[in-house]
Design a protein around this ligand. Structure first.
Ligand SMILES: Cc1cc2nc3c(=O)[nH]c(=O)nc-3n(C[C@H](O)[C@H](O)[C@H](O)COP(=O)(O)OP(=O)(O)OC[C@H]3O[C@@H](n4cnc5c(N)ncnc54)[C@H](O)[C@@H]3O)c2cc1C
Length: 672
């Protein structure tokens, strides 16, 4: 790995010749990050923090910020901005901020502390993340993420987050995929929960202090834009059904990811795209929507009526060995009866340097390949077996069952409760499932979208993970954004607050936003068709998984777009929503979310169709090496695809932001 300081470009802008998505989009102006920093990469963030304007504490009290989301990204931001003295309004649709999806995160959070003295550094975390993302992320953002990673751990320890410690009392680390160092901090298999409790406590302190106002069971259904600037939201009180207007000087969306567009995913059941999609329809660009992460270690689908998939944390790949039988005829045997010489530890065979710790995209694709070859295990679902073994027998022999239990007990218990099999005795069965989205609203270096005053943090933005996120990096990003980045960038915007137009609920833009939400709610309730929103969602998910899932092709994506358009037409004529608007009505909530998922699904397919290359989680059948690995095409696609909403039933507009590297040379990824 050559070290470059970041002062001169190492690649040329790409030039796209292919045009698979012609007819589905129009080409817009190129996009440039207006606040992209320059100079030596290690100084960029320090310099920017210094250059950004300050707001004096007495003025902060007069400034207001709406934050949609109370997961790690939103909770951390609310706590920090509240502590700084701004007036914060915090929203979530759950009954408590503590139920945000972040609570589900199991495995850990990365930080370049180098406690193990195994060669880690800020530059190595930066390098691993850009390489892991298949050179499709912005290097300045990723370097900043690596730089602040160490502060996150200090902050959380100070809050009392009970990270695992070694015998001597130092914080312990483990390894995650795509890296050769141990930099993942963890709290057994409940890291997200412990981190969220830390952020929640910090936020509640501000609630008590009066700087943060909390609105639970409120769903944002529209963004208010006045004179081109984000000035508020329309939210529905999910208990009373009241449609409320909330105004502020700036709006932050920390609303999480949209993996549930696939219906079956490891995301919380409520995770959805509505907050960001509504903002997209109001002008915010949606970047790289097709970049989806399919996680290799999930409990396989067991039948037709399932509505949720469960993750088995990637941390298990530290000690578990992944294999399938060498011979298809052994697939129905008890795995304990298959001798060593008849097992294919295929990741160790194909990628000897990284073995079972290859990045997620690679591990997922190889699991699919093994099952496609007819060597999958477990029950038949449809016409083939979707499962590979994750085996702890060797680790139990080496470390003892107690040591394995100490590291992973809640994960093993969860597996046993769901499958009825004891993983201390029988290998776990796992299969890839949708888990995370790298796509999200486009943001600049300040995490501001192209709508001034609209900031986007955490999984809801596109910024740091390129085409594939490394394990334990989402928690790092959410907390980096919330505790350290946003508070330093939003103040530069808020410094201009006195120049903002004074508005109230009678402003025409506010009235229009409120009316549009009311009309939409009425529409859902009066279509009076025969199908539930859930049945549309399930059908959408099947289309997305089949044609825009682990492998995508030109033919399949075209077919998917046609199918989604038909589904959309049926949705708006044959939807049935029971109940009324003025009470708790989960069918109504679901209808709005599914309507947005359908539109997002189409854009994801158009984005995937346009990108005729394979990179990270985006595998185009037309672009692979002779041995079936993803083949990236930097000459045509080294850009961020930022999509502008083109209008109702009109084509989306594609803006391309070139990815120019100055600190890392782009290389074809290899983990062999
Ligand atoms: C099972 C699982 C395990 C994971 N494990 C790890 C791990 O070990 N390490 C790691 O780094 N990453 C992990 N991830 C990924 C990580 O958990 C998420 O990317 C991250 O928690 C997202 O945080 P967030 O704050 O951006 O959003 P979320 O935690 O999803 O929070 C979203 C918030 O937005 C609110 N919201 C959304 N829409 C609206 C709306 N319209 N109106 C009002 N409120 C709204 C919600 O109420 C919620 O409060 C895991 C993911 C899964 C699915």
């Amino acid at each position: 790995m050559a070290f470059h300081d970041g002062t001169s470009p190492l690649n040329e802008p790409s030039h796209q010749l292919s045009d698979d998505a012609r007819g589905y989009y129009t080409l817009g102006e190129p996009l440039v990050d207006p606040v992209a920093p320059t100079g030596p990469i290690k100084d960029r963030w320090t310099q920017r923090k210094f250059d950004n304007r300050l707001v004096n504490p007495a003025n902060r009290r007069k400034m207001s910020v709406i934050i949609v989301g109370t997961g790690l990204a939103g909770g951390a931001a609310a706590a920090t901005l509240g502590e700084a003295g701004y007036h914060v309004k915090s929203f979530c649709y759950q009954d408590s901020p503590r139920r945000a999806h972040s609570i589900a995160a199991q495995g850990g959070i990365n930080a370049a502390k180098n406690y193990k003295e195994d060669g880690d550094s800020v530059f190595r975390l930066f390098y691993d993340t850009v390489k892991g993302g298949d050179y499709r992320s912005r290097e300045s953002n990723v370097y900043r993420l690596a730089e602040v990673s160490a502060n996150i751990i200090d902050q959380c320890v100070a809050q009392g987050v009970p990270f695992a410690r070694d015998y001597g009392g130092l914080l312990d680390n483990r390894s995650f995929g795509g890296v050769q160092v141990s930099r993942t901090f963890y709290a057994r298999g409940q890291t997200g929960q412990q981190l969220l409790i830390g952020a929640y406590q910090a936020m509640e302190r501000q609630v008590a202090a009066g700087t943060v106002e909390q609105f639970t069971r409120h769903e944002m259904l529209e963004l208010i834009v006045v004179d081109g600037k984000a000035r508020g939201i329309i939210a529905r009180d999910l208990v009373t059904g009241a449609i409320e207007t909330h105004l502020a000087d700036a709006v932050v969306l920390a609303s999480g990811g949209y993996g549930n567009v696939f219906y079956l995913s490891t995301n919380a059941m409520g995770s959805n795209v509505t907050a960001t999609w509504r903002a997209h329809r109001k002008g915010a660009y949606m970047a790289n929507p097709c970049y989806t992460q399919i996680h290799p270690t999930c409990i396989p689908v067991a039948g037709e009526h399932q509505s949720k998939l469960t993750l088995m944390s990637e941390s298990l790949r530290n000690d578990g060995r992944i294999w399938v039988p060498k011979n298809a005829e052994d697939c129905t045997k008890d795995p304990r009866d298959i001798p060593e010489e008849d097992r294919d530890y295929y990741l160790e065979r194909l990628y000897p340097s990284f073995g079972n710790l290859v990045p997620r995209d690679i591990a997922s694709r190889q699991a699919k390949n093994m099952c496609d070859e007819g060597r999958g295990v477990g029950p038949m679902v449809g016409d083939f077996r979707r499962g590979v073994y994750l085996d702890f027998a060797e680790a139990i022999d080496r470390l003892g069952e107690d040591a394995v239990r100490e590291k992973y007990d809640n994960l093993f218990d969860m597996y046993e409760r769901i499958t009825g099999e004891n993983p201390y005795q029988v290998p776990m069965r796992i299969y890839p499932a949708v888990h995370y989205v790298m796509g999200g609203l486009w943001v600049d270096y300040h995490l501001q979208s192209n709508i001034p005053g609209l900031f986007v943090t955490g999984e809801a933005n596109f910024s740091d993970h390129g085409a594939n996120r490394l394990g334990a990096s989402a928690l790092m990003q959410g907390l980096a954004d919330g505790y350290f980045v946003l508070p330093n960038t939003i103040r530069d915007y808020l410094a201009d607050t006195p120049k903002l137009t004074k508005i109230d609920e009678t402003h025409p833009a506010v009235v229009e936003a409120q009316a549009s939400v009311e009309d939409r709610v009425t529409k859902f309730l009066t279509i009076n068709g025969t199908r539930s929103a859930d049945s549309f969602h399930k059908e959408l998910g099947q289309i997305m998984w089949e044609f825009c899932g682990m492998e995508r092709s030109e033919e399949g994506l075209r077919k998917a777009i046609d199918m989604i358009r038909e589904l959309k037409a049926e949705f708006w004529t044959n939807l049935k929503v029971l109940g009324t608007a003025d009470s708790l009505n989960q069918s109504l909530e679901k209808a709005g979310r599914v309507a947005d998922f359908i539109e997002l699904g189409e854009l994801m397919c158009v984005d995937a169709l346009n990108r005729r290359e394979s990179c990270g989680g985006h595998f185009r059948a037309e672009s692979q090496t002779e041995d079936g690995e993803a083949l990236r095409d930097d000459s045509e696609f080294a850009y961020v695809a930022a999509w502008e909403f083109g209008g109702e039933d009109a084509q989306p507009v594609l803006h391309k932001e070139d990815l120019i590297y100055t600190a890392i040379e782009m290389k074809q990824r290899s983990y062999k």
